[in-house]
Design a protein around this ligand. Sequence first.
Ligand SMILES: NC(=O)c1ccc[n+]([C@@H]2O[C@H](COP(=O)([O-])OP(=O)(O)OC[C@H]3O[C@@H](n4cnc5c(N)ncnc54)[C@H](O)[C@@H]3O)[C@@H](O)[C@H]2O)c1
Length: 332
Amino acid sequence: MDKLLVTGGAGFIGSDFVHYILENTDKSVTVLDKLTYAGSLASLKDLPADRFRFVQGDICDAELVTGLFAEHDAVVHYAAESHNDNSLSGPAPFVQTNLVGTFTLLEAARATGVRFHHISTDEVYGDLELDDPERFTEHTPYNPSSPYSSTKAGSDLLVRAWVRSFGVAATISNCSNNYGPRQHVEKFIPRQITNLIDGVRPRLYGDGRNVRDWIHADDHSSAVLRILERGRIGETYLIGADGEKSNRDVVEIILQAMGRPADDYDLVTDRPGHDLRYAIDWSKLRDELDWEPTYRDFGAGIAATVAWYQENEEWWRPQKAEAEAKYATVGQ
Ligand SMILES: NC(=O)c1ccc[n+]([C@@H]2O[C@H](COP(=O)([O-])OP(=O)(O)OC[C@H]3O[C@@H](n4cnc5c(N)ncnc54)[C@H](O)[C@@H]3O)[C@@H](O)[C@H]2O)c1
């Protein structure tokens, strides 16, 4: 598998995967990305020209994607509408990209026989109680809450059906919440960091007790590469790193990393359908594919992420202005 096609590679996690592959392997990468508001060519700067190519286009364009599939050994599918809040105010692009787009790619995989890996989220499982002893496993029933998570759940089911019905050589991974450099400022951690750089106090939904299970984007990328190379066709793998933190914990860690008092934030009214807790059991990935995360110290990972946003204002300033015009600056 020397030639990879990466959909959505100008977004947060997709671009992390592209950097990860080009830095750690000899493979070449083509990115197919529509460059929605969430995609940025600035995330793909300074990549080796002999091993990297960018194609602007829509994953719903069947002719374009089938032609690109035929030129590659494997496809890793990150492209999606990915922001829960946007899915509440306007679900249509979520249905189009996450469902119709994934369907279009699966048809291309069927026509060309190319290996396909589908990137999904733990949000397909709904949420857990705060004191629930269980974590999500590959056997947890789907129970999505929002248009975002329901369209991701639907796309996972399409992949499973195309494996069973048509013999498409596909795998699926469902990952917990990612953090790291190059994440759009509309998302929770970069929004808090960039607000604080601008002197704006963090605001949290509800009582801030909602728990997310955090993983550094580089660990997500290394896990995806492992599944691509060693995963069993038709299987689903959960990706996590034992990073459960309440939103309150996360804000306090960011405040401390930025030299501010840990209680320097406000609580605001909750949004509808806000999931309580996500937590991933990733033992299948560890036991079957011998994978381990490398970023175990969340405080250190956050400090490095804060430093990246402090040093790369030219990357996020334009999207911050755009996002501020679009949303109230509240927590996720
Ligand atoms: N961010 C997380 O914490 C997280 C966790 C688990 C899984 N995921 C999944 O990972 C994937 C990437 O998430 P992200 O946070 O990097 O998202 P993102 O919003 O940062 O990036 C999405 C990318 O897809 C592109 N895109 C959107 N519609 C497209 C279309 N129709 N055709 C081609 N390109 C299109 C955008 O331009 C953008 O570059 C998504 O599938 C998401 O569900 C994300």
